[in-house]
Write a new protein. Structure first.
Length: 78
């Protein structure tokens, strides 16, 4: 599955989770998955905890986050 196809799994709807990026319109946010992964939760545990989640969704979350960081620019303050 290509990057664009995976990124299509990330949706934003102002009426779902207050407009935060979610996975396929589900009430699972990108933020939830990132925090879980950062806290040491494994992909397998995530898939068990969220049965509606698919492996590709986790991959999409990571690509989405990496794209946001890629676009970020930091300027030195003098």
């Amino acid at each position: 599955m290509g990057k664009e196809s995976l990124l299509n799994r990330i949706t934003v709807n102002p009426e779902v989770m207050v407009g935060k990026p979610t996975i396929r319109g589900l009430r699972i946010t990108v933020e939830q998955i990132l925090k879980a992964l950062a806290g040491g939760v494994t992909n397998t545990e995530l898939l068990e905890d969220y049965p509606e989640l698919e492996r590709e969704d986790i991959q999409a979350v990571l690509i989405y986050a990496s794209e946001l960081v890629h676009e970020e620019q930091v300027f030195a303050v003098r």
